[in-house]
Design a protein around this ligand. Structure first.
Ligand code: ADP
Length: 515
């Protein structure tokens, strides 16, 4: 006969056993994912022993998967394991990160809790013992966080010192994005769930790489936007053909890889060429957002100016990291700065090595199934090294905007109500079509400049009144409504910056552009 006490005892024992197993599972997971430092700390803190190991075919991921399957069978939906934190917690986290950035060593939450509690630690009764234990735990946690914070500050300082360009031009960002859904992906519950965030693998996962390699990889990943670039196809006005081609080349293959095999293997390299300010960078950002690939954004001129001797190593590691984080898009802005056929003053051994490395990497992309795609831009395509050009299979002219695109840009920058939420309001009554026609030859960035100039002018006229007004008077302040004539005035003062380049670009397109 089983007594109630025995069954309770058995339950308690199982609970303890489960907890112990969880600790080993977590440790195993951290190690598997390359979080070696955390695993080490965890091992010490949880006092794990190397006499125990996880059985074959068991890990946290499998257990979670099994649970999902069970849940799905039972409730016809997948369980929600994580959720967004509330605003307040979010805020605390942000403050914590901000302080950490500011090199403050004591993390917010622990600095507030542990210090006042320390004064009670001399009490000798039971409750004070437990409070003292808690304090010790808090202090230990704080110390741990402090040392982690110190370490990360050190890494940050190291990577900063090794990357800060003399002219401050080094400009690399990686945007990790969601995993593309595959055919077997179950129907998900809502929008939030349908875009799981894709985390970069921690550098620790690259066990077999040298410290130098990791240092470069660290530099490459130092500016990471965790979500996306926030530019969508609709934000890019006009350029329909270019958008369609980029969808075929990157977005669809990333979304439906099973369709793009054999002869349909996606393009590995695309060159966007055209006058400056026509939306090439904007297009690349839209590709990043819409394709949900990990996005590497590099300004070629910064590689050349900063890295010179070591630039080829940086390029090599960049392509390797991109492969490891595939599917990836590498965006190389101003390719001509890096792969110019004119040797010029900057040409020396290092520059030649850089070009060779780029060629090797591009060949590597072409010969493998790796889902890595290169998107390069150039305002001066005729300057590009022919060997590199050959490897960019598609070359698309990003033309100046047509009347329709100019009109929608104007509507975007100068809508009927420019400022509505605050007072005074800034409004606009203009003939968009007439103005768009007047701006023939203007690039997207020229149009933006005209619109900004117009809006600033309208504001400028009110600046003195704004300065003298009190908060309550501001409400009644009326700004002059922007008219077509106001915009025309700004057009008179802003010359199109890039139209003179177009004939040469079109000629080059006829000869070399391949679509
Ligand atoms: P590029 O890379 O071709 O030199 P960008 O993409 O950096 O030019 O464009 C500069 C700015 O001009 C953009 O931030 C955007 O405000 C505006 N712009 C240019 N082309 C377009 C376009 N097709 N649609 C919307 N905005 C544009």
């Amino acid at each position: 006969m089983i007594h109630r006490g025995d069954s309770l005892f058995g339950e308690e024992k199982r609970l303890q056993e489960r907890k112990k197993q969880l600790l080993y599972l977590v440790y195993h997971f951290l190690q598997d994912e390359g979080y070696y430092d955390s695993a080490q700390t965890f091992e010490n803190e949880a006092q794990l022993t190397n006499q125990i190991e996880i059985c074959d075919n068991i890990d946290l991921s499998t257990i979670l998967q099994e649970y999902e399957t069970y849940y799905n069978l039972r409730f016809q939906k997948y369980p929600k394991i994580c959720k967004k934190v509330s605003n307040q917690t979010d805020l605390n986290e942000k403050q914590y990160r901000f302080r950490k950035k500011q090199n403050e060593i004591m993390p917010l939450d622990y600095s507030q809790k542990s210090i006042p509690n320390m004064s009670h630690s001399s009490n000798t009764n039971n409750s004070s013992n437990s409070s003292s234990n808690n304090n010790n735990k808090e202090i230990a946690k704080a110390n741990l966080k402090q040392s982690n914070s110190l370490r990360s500050n050190k890494v940050l300082a190291k990577s900063k010192s090794s990357t800060s360009a003399p002219n401050g031009m080094m400009d690399i960002t990686i945007v990790p994005l969601s995993i593309p859904p595959n055919v077997n992906t179950p129907v998900l519950q809502n929008e939030e769930e349908s875009e799981p965030e894709r985390l970069l693998k921690p550098l620790g996962a690259y066990r077999e790489y040298s410290p130098e390699w990791k240092e470069y990889a660290d530099i490459i990943s130092k500016e990471i936007f965790m979500k996306h670039t926030n530019v969508y196809w609709d934000d890019v006005k006009g350029l329909y053909a270019a958008k369609q081609l980029l969808k075929e080349a990157v977005v669809f293959p990333a979304k439906y890889p099973q369709l793009f095999t054999n002869i349909l293997t996606p393009w590995k390299g695309i060159l966007l060429f055209g006058p400056p300010g026509t939306g090439k960078t904007l297009l690349a950002k839209a590709v990043a957002t819409e394709s949900k690939t990990t996005f590497f954004n590099i300004s070629a001129s910064s590689i050349v100016s900063k890295w010179r001797g070591d630039s080829e190593k940086l390029v090599r590691v960049l392509f390797e990291v991109a492969r490891l984080q595939a599917p990836s898009t590498i965006f190389l802005d101003e390719l001509d700065a890096l792969a110019s056929k004119r040797d010029g003053l900057i040409e020396h051994e290092a520059s030649r090595r850089l070009k060779t490395e780029l060629l090797i990497q591009l060949d590597g992309l072409a010969q493998t199934e790796d889902k890595v795609f290169l998107l390069a831009t150039s305002n001066l395509p005729w300057d590009l090294d022919p060997a590199i050009l050959r490897r960019l299979e598609k070359r698309i002219l990003i033309d100046l905007p047509n009347t329709e695109a100019r009109m929608s840009m104007m509507k975007h920058h100068l809508p009927p109500v420019i400022i509505e939420k605050t007072t005074p309001q800034l409004k606009c009554r203009i003939d968009y079509e007439q103005l768009a026609q007047k701006m023939e030859g203007y690039s997207g960035s020229d149009i933006k400049l005209v619109c900004k100039e117009t809006a600033m002018n309208a504001m400028r006229k009110a600046f003195s009144a704004l300065e003298l007004s009190t908060a309550s008077e501001l409400k009644s302040l009326e700004l002059k409504i922007i008219t077509t004539e106001d915009v025309e005035e700004a057009i008179e003062r802003t010359r199109p910056s890039a139209s003179h380049m177009l004939p040469k670009l079109k000629k080059w397109q006829d000869e070399f552009g391949a679509v």
